[in-house]
Design a binder for this molecule. Structure first.
Ligand SMILES: Cc1cc2nc3c(=O)[nH]c(=O)nc-3n(C[C@H](O)[C@H](O)[C@H](O)COP(=O)(O)O)c2cc1C
Length: 211
């Protein structure tokens, strides 16, 4: 084992560094670009990088909000949302959609994006996005710390009830991750990563029929 000198801290007491390394270390993280629609038809769109796919069948994905934001307030009531893939050409639009604007501002319009219809939810997907997943809410959980003290953070879990894939990303029926050039959040104030063929490699895992 290599001899290393480890920096150690307990986050509750502060990291003692110029910038909190937490999201740089757990990165790059996929971006949950979440669209939703309130009861008055106002559209909402925002990126969430505390996001991931969490289960195969049923397909469940989740994202976490670090305070009670518009997306959570709307989704709590409407029980529906759509996840949209952020690719390189949509990076600027995704960033604009993170603006802290009043609830009545349509973030599709703000970011110059086209709402496209879904099949199973009343929420539009981002028409320019090459993959979208229609979701119905399974759970909204307020996070707690290890002592059970409630945190100002909410985890939204949704079951995927419809998947839209640009057919150009399917080669012989196999989805081509690198062809989409998805971008991921890589920590610090402004670091991102992009997936390309050069940054991918193959490794087969040991046999295990439990998945
Ligand atoms: C790439 C990126 C990732 C983000 N990830 C999160 C996140 O995981 N959780 C969160 O609460 N805010 C996150 N934000 C900030 C929200 O997008 C921002 O607060 C937004 O205005 C929330 O919109 P809403 O109020 O319409 O829900 C992120 C912003 C960017 C640009």
């Amino acid at each position: 084992m290599a001899e290393r000198d480890y920096y150690f801290y307990n986050p509750v007491e502060g990291h003692g560094l110029p910038h909190d390394p937490f999201t740089s270390i757990i990165g790059p993280r996929p971006i949950g670009w979440i669209s939703c629609r309130d009861e008055d038809g106002v559209l909402n769109l925002a990126p969430y990088s505390f996001f991931n796919g969490l289960n195969y069948y049923p397909h469940i994905l989740g994202f976490a909000s670090t305070s009670w934001k518009d997306s959570i307030a709307i989704i709590e009531r409407t029980r529906e949302f759509v996840w949209n893939l952020v690719t390189m050409e949509l990076a600027d639009a995704m960033n604009v959609s993170a603006s802290g604007v009043p609830r009545e501002v349509d973030e599709f319009k703000l970011a110059g994006l086209t709402p496209a219809p879904c099949r199973s939810v009343a929420v539009p997907r981002v028409g320019e996005s090459r993959v979208s997943m229609e979701c119905k809410v399974c759970d909204i959980i307020q996070l707690s710390d290890a002592d059970g003290k409630k945190a100002n953070a909410w985890l939204v879990l949704g079951q995927v009830v419809g998947v839209h894939i640009d057919k150009a990303l399917l080669k012989d029926g196999i989805y081509q991750t690198a062809d989409a050039k998805p971008i991921l959040r890589a920590g610090r104030l402004c670091d991102y990563a992009v997936i390309t063929q050069e940054t991918m490699f193959e490794m087969y895992r040991p046999p295990d029929d439990r998945h």
